[in-house]
Design a protein around this ligand. Structure first.
Ligand SMILES: C[S@@+](CC[C@H](N)C(=O)[O-])C[C@H]1O[C@@H](n2cnc3c(N)ncnc32)[C@H](O)[C@@H]1O
Length: 213
């Protein structure tokens, strides 16, 4: 799922940054570039180092999961603050993979991300709104790890959504250990096993039937 353009960018890079788990995935495509893993805690230090390298004429690539225009705004803003002009190389989003696994189309769906620092109450409100409206399917990114599928399902039940509303949770799409869970909202709320930080939820609440079902 790493595009040819992504591979080329990595091959031509002098410096490659990214969270460790992301770098593990692109590892086979890294050329001779210096590799700097970062964490939430030290990302500004790593980006400051990269800023110096870019000013010295080095080509720097910052990797993120999936596509950078899907719920990666915060990282992108940090990079832009340091680098000014940034070339965006589109990727393949977990949203696209979830749609392919489920058989739904973007035009019949709504995308909501909880994966951001914000007031979550309003996002759950939005989710409840689209569920009740029943026109589109919903693709939802949970928020590791305080607002994961079980807590979201409980929040929806508390908001009056029926216990048996079907929901599917995909974990680690396209990666080793990919998993799919499908069931009703109540069963989802009772799952005690920890979900992967790479989890995405699909609610088939739209009027267009999924392809092939
Ligand atoms: C910061 S967002 C970035 C999304 C990414 N830009 C994309 O296009 O998929 C990270 C969240 O995306 C979702 N995600 C990314 N990769 C995934 C995968 N392989 N399987 C399931 N969910 C994934 C998870 O909800 C994860 O917490």
């Amino acid at each position: 799922m790493l595009t040819l353009q992504g591979q080329e960018a990595l091959r031509n890079a002098d410096l490659v940054l990214g969270f460790t788990t992301v770098l593990n995935v692109v590892q086979p495509w890294l050329g001779d570039a210096e590799v700097r893993p970062m964490s939430y805690r030290d990302q500004e230090d790593v980006l400051e180092y990269a800023e110096g390298q870019v000013k010295a004429g080095k080509r720097c690539v910052v990797c993120c999961w999936g596509d950078l225009n899907v719920s990666a705004r915060e990282l992108l803003a940090r990079v832009r603050r340091r680098a000014g002009a940034v070339e965006l190389v589109p990727g393949i989003s977990s949203v696209q993979v979830a749609m392919a696994r489920t058989g739904i189309s973007l035009e019949d769906s709504v995308f909501i991300t909880l994966h951001k620092r914000a007031d979550t109450a309003s996002e759950l409100e939005e989710l409840v709104h689209y569920i009740n409206e029943g026109r589109r399917h919903i693709i939802l990114l949970p928020r590791p790890f305080d607002l994961m599928p079980a807590a979201i399902a409980q929040g929806l039940i508390d908001a009056g959504v029926p216990n048996d509303l079907p929901v599917t949770v995909y974990q680690r799409l396209t990666l080793e250990g990919e998993k799919r869970w499908s069931g009703g909202l109540r069963d989802c709320s009772e799952i005690t096993e920890e979900f992967s930080d790479l989890s995405i939820m699909v609610f088939l609440t739209g009027t267009a039937p999924p392809e092939g079902r």
